[in-house]
Design a protein around this ligand. Structure first.
Ligand code: ADP
Ligand code: F6P
Length: 319
C-alpha cells in the first residue's frame, strides 16, 4: 500500500478535522502518499481528489466541521456510479480509502470494496452515537456538551420564572444525545424514541410537583420521540405550567471538539492507517472503554443499536 485517500461523508461531526489530521499525519509519517476527497462520495465520483501534505492539516485540530466538506450522494447506491469512483481512485494508483461517517457511509464503503476491490476502512463519525458496535462515535461527546450548555442556561431562566422547558435535541432514531445530556444536565424527564412514555402522566406529575413547590422542570425531547407542539400543549393544559420550547438544531453539529473527541480522533485515525498498511479491508474502527479495536464492516453494520436501559433507569432514579 503506497497511496491512500480520505473522505468525510454524511452529517459532519466535531472531531472530523482532528481525525483527518490524525490520518494524514500518521499516514505520511508511515511513508504513504495521501489524497483528500472533496465532499464525500460526490467528490469521488466527480474526481475531485487532491494530494494532501502534513501542512494541509495545520490549524484544524480545534475546528468543528470538516475541511474536506461533506455531501450526500444518493447515486452512490448505484453500482455504475461506484464504478466511476473506483476507476478514479485506480487511475491515481490509490489502493486504500478511509471513510469517516455513519452507517450510510459505511454501507457505501463496503459496496466499493466488495464490487471493485478498493481497501476501505470506516471511522465512526456522527453526533448521533447510533452505531451499535462502538461505545462512542466521533462528535457525540462534543454534541452532548453543547446540549448540556443549553440545558444549564435554560435551567437558570426557567427556575427564575417557574417555567417548564422542553428542549429538543438531534439523534435521528437514536436517543443517546438526549439520554446523556439529560442525565448530566439533571433533566426531570428524558423522552427517547426507543422507550415509550406517557405524556399525560408526566404532565400530571408536573402539576403535583408544582403544588408541592417544585415549580420548574426540564424535559429533554429526542428527535423521533414525539411531536414537540403536541407535547407542549398536553403539558401546559394538564399541569397549568408556562411551558417554553427550545430547539438547538444544527448548533449541535458544530463547535470546537472536546478533549474526548480529539483523543478519539487521534486514536481512530492512527488505527485506521495501521489497518490499511496491514492490507486489511472492509474494516471499521471502534472503541470499548479505553480500547480501540477493528471489526468487519458487515458485522459492525449488522449489530442493532439499543438504548442503554441501565442509564435510562439511572436517569429515572435521579429526578
Ligand atoms: P451517514 O453516513 O451519516 O449515515 P447517510 O445515511 O446520509 O449518512 O449516508 C451518507 C452517504 O453514504 C450517502 O449520501 C451515500 O452517498 C452513501 N450511502 C448511503 N447508503 C448507501 C448504500 N446503501 N449504498 C451505497 N452508498 C450509500
Ligand atoms: O446524523 C446527524 C444528524 O444531525 C441527525 O441527528 C439529524 O437527524 C440529521 O443529521 C440532520 O440532517 P441534515 O443536516 O441533513 O438536516
Amino acid at each position: 500500500m503506497k497511496k491512500i485517500a480520505i473522505l468525510t461523508s454524511g452529517g459532519d461531526a466535531p472531531g472530523m478535522n482532528a481525525c483527518i489530521r490524525a490520518c494524514v499525519r500518521s499516514a505520511i509519517n508511515s511513508g504513504l502518499e495521501v489524497y483528500g476527497v472533496d465532499r464525500g462520495y460526490k467528490g469521488l465520483v466527480e474526481n475531485r481528489i487532491f494530494p494532501m501534505h502534513s501542512t494541509s492539516v495545520c490549524e484544524i485540530i480545534h475546528r468543528g466541521g470538516t475541511i474536506l466538506k461533506s455531501a450526500r450522494c444518493l447515486e452512490f447506491k448505484e453500482k455504475e456510479t461506484r464504478k466511476i469512483a473506483a476507476d478514479n481512485l485506480k487511475a491515481l494508483g490509490i489502493e486504500g480509502l478511509v471513510v469517516i461517517g455513519g452507517d450510510g457511509s459505511f454501507t457505501g464503503a463496503k459496496a466499493l470494496s466488495d464490487d471493485f476491490g478498493i481497501n476501505v476502512v470506516g471511522i465512526p463519525g456522527t453526533i448521533d452515537n447510533d452505531l451499535a458496535y462502538t461505545d462512542f462515535t466521533l462528535g457525540f461527546d462534543t454534541a452532548v456538551n453543547t446540549v448540556l450548555w443549553a440545558i444549564n442556561a435554560l435551567r437558570d431562566t426557567m427556575t427564575s420564572h417557574d417555567r417548564v422547558s422542553i428542549i429538543k435535541v438531534m439523534g435521528r432514531h437514536c436517543g443517546d444525545i438526549a439520554l446523556y445530556a439529560g442525565i448530566c444536565g439533571g433533566a426531570e424527564y428524558i423522552l427517547v424514541p426507543e422507550i415509550p412514555y406517557d405524556i399525560q402522566k408526566i404532565a400530571s406529575e408536573i402539576k403535583t410537583n408544582k403544588e408541592r413547590g417544585k415549580t420548574s422542570s426540564i424535559i429533554v425531547l429526542a428527535e423521533g420521540a414525539g411531536n414537540e407542539q403536541e407535547i407542549k400543549t398536553v403539558v401546559s393544559v394538564i399541569s397549568g405550567a408556562d411551558v417554553k420550547f427550545s430547539t438547538l438544531g444544527h448548533i449541535q453539529r458544530g463547535g470546537t471538539p472536546t478533549m474526548a473527541d480529539r483523543m478519539l480522533a487521534a486514536k481512530f485515525g492512527v488505527a485506521a492507517i495501521e489497518i490499511l498498511i496491514a492490507n486489511k479491508t472492509n474494516r471499521v474502527v471502534g472503541c470499548k472503554g479505553k480500547e480501540i479495536f477493528d471489526l468487519d464492516i458487515t458485522e459492525a453494520l449488522s449489530q442493532k443499536k439499543q438504548i442503554d436501559k441501565n442509564l435510562y433507569d439511572i436517569a429515572a432514579l435521579l429526578c
